[in-house]
Design a protein around this ligand. Structure first.
Ligand SMILES: [Zn+2]
Length: 414
């Protein structure tokens, strides 16, 4: 398998005012630190519209009629890869696109994302998606996995353990997932209880009581869904105890979520209590990306991205990217797409991110605010180096593995 950064000529997405920086941004290989796999079968027009929409209401996606930022971006960037003009009509585009099988769509779109590595979170409807080895082969990109904590706990629950054994069984499953190669863990506490859960580590007795109550509701063959706030907190702490990267969904997502309760500032006390353990990656964060940037500046173990929002704000995404570059130290910003289901979402995640970075950083270069060399360095950090360092990714032998290098001594209480 080739590393994508050494492959064919890139799709030129960077169009910022500095030609030198555009060249670097178009060529750099990205590490997408949070995405999902793609659907296996073919899709029809309604299913396609539904997958280009974060609403969980098919009727809402159908009524939106692909007149959205994300759908416009998909047409703009994917049409040329289907042999069409970038301004092809929606009907022309859909005729060409929906004729592709899932395999063909991945092979057509994903190599042009020029990812050096893709971290795939396997917990969300993973059984409907293409298996990782096939995705890796068709995408021509190395794939690593991230394990979802709630899915691990739900799987343990189906084995009907005694309540007093539940915590240890979950800890063992987390360790097994990491030993099997997962490079990080992911929490969806924002969806299940909100980020305003009690930040403290629950006691063993609290966990046992909560586990007993939950397990008692499960019959044979039932599909457990973990919503108990004590057990969700237990998972957060079990994850930080491993010292491995913990991804926490924050901000925008489908309407399972109460957006107000997904503001990452609600995690401030948890972040303080978990200081000195592993890195906490605040995923996506929009429209709280400025709040997330504040947290990243205050706490050396906090990292942020604006994935998902870049895709969903489309042509407006340079503004979101610019705002994400306000307070967060550059070594604590990562790239992600949060693509799910359709490979065009991985592709536009990469291309829109390159385009936005080129316009924002390029302007600072031509205005004389940033030296070109520093802009190039920051591009490399955000594109891949930060993710390689945080996740200890093994394709860079000169980078430390697993351990997180602190930026500076821990701050005092002031
Ligand atoms: Zn995700």
């Amino acid at each position: 398998m080739r590393a994508s950064s050494e492959g064919a000529a890139p799709v030129r997405a960077a169009d910022g005012p500095s030609p030198e920086l555009n060249e670097v941004i178009d060529r750099v290989g990205l590490v997408d630190h949070h995405a999902h796999s793609v659907v296996s079968g073919t899709v029809d027009r309604d299913a396609y519209a539904f997958m280009l929409d974060e609403s969980d209401r098919p009727a809402s996606a159908r009524a939106a009629g692909l007149d959205t930022q994300v759908a416009f971006a998909v047409r703009r960037w994917c049409a040329p890869l289907l042999g069409l003009a970038p301004d092809a009509s929606l009907d022309e585009f859909l005729r060409a696109r929906l004729a592709l099988s899932a395999r063909d769509a991945v092979a057509r779109f994903l190599p042009s994302a020029r990812l050096d590595r893709l971290l795939v979170e396997t917990g969300y409807r993973g059984d409907e998606l293409m298996a990782t080895p096939q995705l890796e082969r068709l995408a021509e990109t190395p794939v690593s996995t991230v394990a979802r904590l709630e899915t691990i706990a739900e799987s343990v629950a189906t084995e009907a353990p005694a309540a007093r054994d539940f915590a240890d069984a979950v800890r063992r499953s987390i360790e097994a997932a990491l030993a099997a190669g997962a490079v990080g863990l992911k929490s969806i506490v924002a969806y299940r209880a909100g980020l305003d859960v009690d930040p403290r580590r629950p006691s063993d007795a609290e966990v046992e009581r909560a586990a007993a109550a939950w397990l008692a509701t499960l019959g044979p063959g039932s599909r457990p869904r973990l919503v108990d706030p004590v057990l969700l907190r237990f998972l957060l702490w079990a994850a930080v105890d491993t010292g491995r990267p913990l991804q926490v969904h924050t901000g925008f997502g489908d309407p399972d979520l109460h957006l107000r309760r997904s503001d990452p500032l609600l995690l401030t006390d948890f972040i303080r209590l978990a200081e000195g353990r592993g890195p906490i990656l605040l995923l996506h964060t929009y429209p709280f990306h400025r709040e997330a940037g504040y947290l990243a500046q205050m706490f050396e173990h906090v990292y942020v991205d604006v994935g998902l929002a870049v895709n969903y704000t489309g042509a407006q995404s340079p503004h979101v990217i610019a705002e994400s570059l306000e307070l967060a130290p550059f070594r604590r910003i990562l790239f992600s797409s949060d693509a799910w289901g359709l490979p065009e979402l991985h592709l536009i995640g990469s291309l829109l991110f390159r385009r936005g970075l080129s316009r924002v950083l390029g302007q600072w270069v031509v205005d004389g605010d940033w030296p070109l060399a520093d802009a190039e360095r920051v591009v490399r950090m955000i594109a891949a180096e930060n993710a390689r360092r945080v996740y200890g990714l093994s394709d860079e032998p000169d980078e430390g593995r697993g351990a997180v290098e602190p930026d500076r001594p821990a701050p005092d209480e002031s």
